[in-house]
Design a protein around this ligand. Structure first.
Ligand SMILES: [Zn+2]
Length: 243
């Protein structure tokens, strides 16, 4: 499995960093997890700007995880992509399809087919989506205003032979992934949102390696000196990781 963190910035922009986007080559498939701003530039840089990407999987609908997708689709169009693209969303697939029309990305004029599906329709035995709690904070508002938002947000486990990578994307607690954390697993960890005590407990209890992604909270900064430096790295948008 090959991985490159193409975008590692949190929602609040950071100069010189791109928003959430992870490229993963596994089982001969090129998968993008999330597609934040800057994704098209990064795909261009690493020669993934035409036919290579098979699927784009969006963990949740916050702008820093999806707002780059329109520019990526425009780039694929202008580069005359031919191969079908699958887009997997956590919710509101029909509404998303309508936004493509709003942006003049009409399916009738795209040189490639797009299949827009729900993440629950992912049918790959090596890729497991796990629902997480990141968007639960909107429950009251969504209910009161009778909004369509389903507040679905996912983390992902990707397995190849004896290697396992977990991309938490944004999470409040690690409850949803901790039962799957094993020794030696690589975790691309949201280092901004998780509750400090919970993060500390999990890092103590589970011997996974991790990459500090999506920024660095003050709580996480305090935690780092207590952890062996061999256990973690900082996200590096230049570096390819081989598992
Ligand atoms: Zn988010």
């Amino acid at each position: 499995m090959k991985i490159r963190i193409l975008g590692s910035a949190p929602g609040k922009p950071v100069s010189g960093k791109n928003h959430a986007c992870i490229w993963c080559l596994t089982h001969d498939r090129n998968i993008l997890f999330d597609c934040g701003e800057g994704a098209s530039q990064q795909l261009l840089k690493y020669k993934l700007d035409k036919d290579k990407i098979d699927s784009i999987i969006i963990s949740h609908m916050h702008p820093d995880h999806i707002s780059g997708i329109y520019q990526v689709l425009l780039m694929f169009k202008l580069n005359e992509r031919k191969s079908e693209l699958q887009i997997f969303l956590p919710e509101q697939e029909d509404e998303f399809a309508k936004t493509l029309e709003m942006f003049y990305l009409f399916k009738q004029i795209l040189p490639f087919k797009i299949q827009i599906k729900n993440i629950q329709d992912l049918d790959l035995n090596y890729l497991i989506p796990l629902k997480n709690d990141h968007l639960h904070k909107y429950k009251k508002l969504v209910k009161e205003q009778d909004l369509k938002n389903k507040m679905l947000s996912y983390s992902f486990i990707i397995t190849e032979k004896d290697k396992k990578m977990i991309y938490t994307s944004d999470v409040n607690t690690l409850d949803f992934v901790k039962n799957n954390l094993g020794e030696g697993d690589l975790v691309i960890l949201d280092s901004v949102h998780p509750i400090y005590e919970e993060l500390e407990q999990n890092i103590k209890d589970h011997r996974f390696r991790f990459i500090i992604n999506h920024g660095l909270s003050d709580a996480m900064k305090k935690l780092l000196p207590l952890i062996s430096r061999e256990r973690y790295d900082f996200a590096d948008e230049e570096k390819e990781i081989q598992l």
